[in-house]
Design a protein around this ligand. Structure first.
Ligand code: NAP
Length: 505
């Protein structure tokens, strides 16, 4: 079977791509997913306290608002239900195959060959939507495998009975901030191993009254207005905190002051406060919201440990300041991005060009965060400089718009093969790099101690697109079509569309 497109990943990115390709008239689509169901992050992550960390009204497709969120920051299970709803409404489920781990893709001159174990799929177009945060990281701590108690990574949460247990958690990122108050509720003792503190601001969370939900359902424009307000606040944070640090440093400082004030109101002990205060600029790594994180450290059975972990043995964790006996070890140690996830599997383009190797030898780069020279008919959704704004849906929708413009232009030229030009890619990379260097917190702030996954292994901040989302949206709508080379379909390749004027048979 030859597909019009194979999409790898059934999270919100992959589903957005499938919706857009269907709208463009491609009928023969296949979505491959390594997990046993759709939803990506929101299927995999099930740890207690999981919730969206930006207002839910902005964390959804703008064309499919959900009036039913129970809280301003909805719990993870609601995101999973929303993903299921979208998949059913847009007819995506029948396109999906679960439990299929793609291990490679190769351009064969006029189509992609995608391999997953013994199986091979061929398709005219390849879209990878494998997520940024999809490869859980186990810390490389000596002796971890000798620990005889339970070890659980936040991205592989299962039933864990914590009642009466001595629990340790490694990591204080956005995940840990949600989880630590929950662990403290049940554990007899909780030790938090922190390497780098995180900026945490108060969370303006509250239940959405039923009357408001009914109003959103009846008058969607009201919810759109709320979305617009939420998006504008996030945009201001993103712009001031990250992109225009040079011009708006004062807003960045205000954000730091706000987080410090929040900490001061919850923690009286100056030593503990100092230990929980980041020494890097706001925005170097993703800040988060919580109303009970700091307060948790003041509970008598909760201890913050900031000494470096030396090793783990069969029953505890050893640091320079002593040994902590534990029964359960929770790893909130995040995800591997740059070493294993760019790309998530081997992608070989034209003339045998290896995407992973090329990125590592020539800088991480992708035109408009979505296409790469030497890789025809390939859209890489989780690319360098693709992440735009603070809601992942901004990124997804910009990419959907880019796809629409690209495929429409290709079709109007009677073509079915696209490839971004080297020139356009180089210009885009140059523009993004100069914006990072000239304006952003990444080069002008103090990011040296932040240990942020925004930076790649060469110390370059190549994850976030260093522009406003307004500018990202404009670029997606109006990038020069001359930035792409289009070539005709080869006669032997089928390309089935609803549009009879399209190329192929
Ligand atoms: P993370 O931000 O990468 O944090 C990982 C934590 O583990 C860091 O504190 C890190 O310390 C620590 N760590 C890793 N290896 C360690 C080691 N060997 N020894 C000691 N500490 C170690 O990962 P995350 O907390 O899972 O969050 C990832 C992202 O997921 C967030 O930034 C956010 O974008 C997203 N997220 C979103 C939501 C949502 O609701 N949408 C919720 C949770 C998370 P260092 O900082 O020192 O490396």
């Amino acid at each position: 079977m030859r597909y019009d497109a194979v999409i790898v990943g059934a999270g919100f990115g992959g589903m957005g791509a499938a919706i857009e390709l269907k709208r463009l008239g491609l009928r023969n689509l296949l979505v491959l997913e390594r997990e046993d169901d759709l939803g990506g992050t929101w299927h995999v992550n099930r740890y207690p306290g999981l919730a969206v960390d930006i207002p839910s009204s902005t964390y959804s497709y703008s064309f499919e608002p959900n009036p039913h969120w129970s809280r301003l920051f909805a719990p993870g299970a609601e995101l999973k239900r929303y993903a299921e709803h979208v998949a059913v409404k847009y007819g995506l489920r029948p396109l999906m195959r679960f439990g299929v781990t793609v291990d490679g893709a190769r351009w064969r001159g006029d189509h992609w060959e995608v391999s997953a174990g013994e199986e091979t799929f061929t398709a005219r177009y390849l879209v990878t939507a494998t997520g940024f945060l999809s490869m859980p990281r186990t810390p490389d701590v000596e002796g971890i495998e000798s620990f005889r108690g339970r070890v659980v990574h936040t991205a592989a949460w299962g039933p864990v009975d914590l009642a009466g247990q001595r629990v340790a958690i490694i990591g204080t990122g956005a995940t840990a901030v949600q989880l630590i108050p929950e662990l403290a509720r049940d554990a007899a003792a909780l030790t938090v191993f922190q390497r780098t503190p995180i900026w945490v601001s108060p969370k303006p969370d509250h239940p959405v009254p039923v009357a408001v939900r009914k109003l959103f359902a009846r008058l969607p424009f009201v919810q759109r207005a709320v979305r617009w307000i939420g998006s504008s606040i996030l945009e201001l944070m993103m712009i001031s905190g990250v992109v225009r640090y040079k011009q708006l440093r004062v807003v960045n400082r205000l954000a730091e002051w706000w987080c410090r004030l929040h900490l001061r109101r919850q923690v009286r002990d100056p030593g503990l406060r100092r230990a929980l205060t980041p020494d890097y600029s706001f925005g170097c790594k993703r800040p988060t919201f919580s109303n009970d994180y700091f307060r948790t450290f003041t509970r008598p059975h909760v201890r913050l440990e900031t000494s470096t972990i030396d090793r783990i043995d069969e029953s505890g964790i050893v640091t320079a300041s002593g040994r902590t006996e534990i029964d359960v070890l929770v790893l909130a140690t995040g995800f591997d991005l740059w070493d294993t996830n760019f790309p998530a599997f081997e992608v070989i383009g034209r003339d045998g060009k290896d995407l992973g190797a090329w990125w590592r030898q020539n800088r991480f780069q992708a035109y408009e965060g979505v296409t790469v020279p030497g890789f025809p008919n390939y859209l890489s959704l989780n690319s360098p400089y693709s992440y735009s704004g603070l809601s992942y849906f901004t990124t997804i929708e910009c990419q959907m718009t880019h796809m629409r413009r690209l495929f429409t232009a290709m079709r109007s030229r009677g073509s079915s093969v696209f490839e971004v030009t080297q020139r356009a890619n180089d210009e885009f990379l140059h523009r993004m790099r100069s914006k990072v260097v000239r304006n952003s917190v990444f080069s002008l702030g103090q990011c040296g101690t932040s240990h942020s996954y925004y930076f790649n292994q060469h110390g370059e901040a190549t994850l976030l697109r260093p522009t406003s989302t307004v500018s990202a949206r404009r670029a997606a709508r109006s990038f020069p079509l001359s930035d792409y080379d289009f070539s005709p379909a080869s006669p032997q390749t089928s390309f089935v569309t609803d549009d009879t004027t399209a190329t192929g048979s």
